[in-house]
Ligand binder design. Structure first.
Ligand SMILES: Nc1ncnc2c1ncn2[C@@H]1O[C@H](COP(=O)(O)OP(=O)(O)O)[C@@H](O)[C@H]1O
Ligand SMILES: [Mg+2]
Length: 278
């Protein structure tokens, strides 16, 4: 394949009259790890959902591995692809959300083999053998037969990562995978993601974990109000941001990080979906 694995050019997305993505250019090369940062409401999740065929785009151009996301070319015309085909393409992209979304009535190993068996028609024995390898990779070999409710949030999120990897994705998308976790559980999940990055997986990670981004990302992309404001090597973007908008965002995030790291057991954690920084 030539060209970037993800290639977004001038991508626009509107919900009714509200334009959320205002012409996003974003490319991710095979093997690259990008961290996408930016204020709440800037369009980060929407961008991931467009890449993953969960949303169609309203304008511009977006391909993953050379295929138009949500569309197919018939001669000179782009037509929306049927839901079935979109689901097939989506299965080639792993996605990990803030909420782990494991099936509560299935054990850990059953959660992991579900899609390979149902979607990929794999046989049970090889699917389970692969699940065992993946559980070992995320440090949870001993939890294969547990139910999600018996696991901590961090363990559930590591199962969710193993479940995504079981489909052998060519790309992994992470949308604030540690934002719903208690602080002491964040590190194990980030360690699994760092290992995955080192293994050569192509990753696009929306995160507020700036130290992770600095250590693991090849590049950081800062997004605000539906546009990419700047992109560059972690040290450049985090330590020497070019744009005032980036500087003020980073100042607020680092303040929130310091507040969060001082234990305040009397204050409940923010509701899921809310960020303290915004
Ligand atoms: N399905 C939807 N319908 C209407 N508005 C939406 C929908 N999804 C997202 N939005 C709006 O798009 C904007 C960007 O949201 P989002 O992509 O979730 O931002 P971020 O992930 O950066 O916080 C927000 O104003 C949000 O309310
Ligand atoms: Mg979001």
């Amino acid at each position: 394949m030539t060209g970037p694995l993800v290639n977004a050019v001038g991508v626009r997305k509107s919900f009714h009259s509200h334009e959320v993505l205002k012409g996003v250019d974003l490319s991710v090369d095979t093997g690259q790890v990008l961290c996408l940062i930016g204020p709440s409401g800037s369009g980060k999740s929407t961008m991931l959902r467009c890449i993953n065929h969960l949303e169609t785009i309203s304008g511009g151009y977006l391909t993953v591995d050379g295929q138009h996301v949500g569309y197919e070319r018939r001669g000179t015309v782009l037509r929306e692809i049927p839901a079935r085909e979109a689901a097939r393409r989506r299965a080639e992209i792993g996605m990990v959300f803030q909420q782990f979304n494991l099936f509560p009535h299935l054990t850990v190993v059953e959660n992991i083999v579900e899609a390979p068996i149902r979607v990929r028609k794999q046989k049970t024995a090889p699917a389970r053998a692969r699940a065992a390898e993946l559980l070992d990779q995320v440090g949870l070999a001993h939890k294969a037969d547990a139910y999600p409710r018996q696991l901590s949030g961090g363990q559930q999120q590591r199962v969710a990562i193993a479940r995504a990897l079981a489909m052998d994705p060519k790309l992994m998308l992470f949308d604030e995978p540690t934002s719903a976790l208690d602080p002491e559980l964040v590190g194990d999940v980030l360690a699994v993601m760092a290992d995955l990055a080192r293994s050569g997986m192509t990753m696009l990670v929306v995160t507020h974990e700036m130290e992770f981004a600095r250590a693991v990302a090849d590049e950081i992309v800062f997004m605000a109000e539906g546009r990419i404001v700047e992109r560059g090597r972690p040290d450049d973007v985090l330590s020497r941001p070019t744009h005032e908008r980036t500087r003020s965002f980073l100042a607020r995030v680092s303040t929130a990080g310091r507040e969060r790291s001082s234990p305040r057991p009397d204050i409940p954690p923010p509701a899921a979906g809310h960020r303290m920084v915004e």
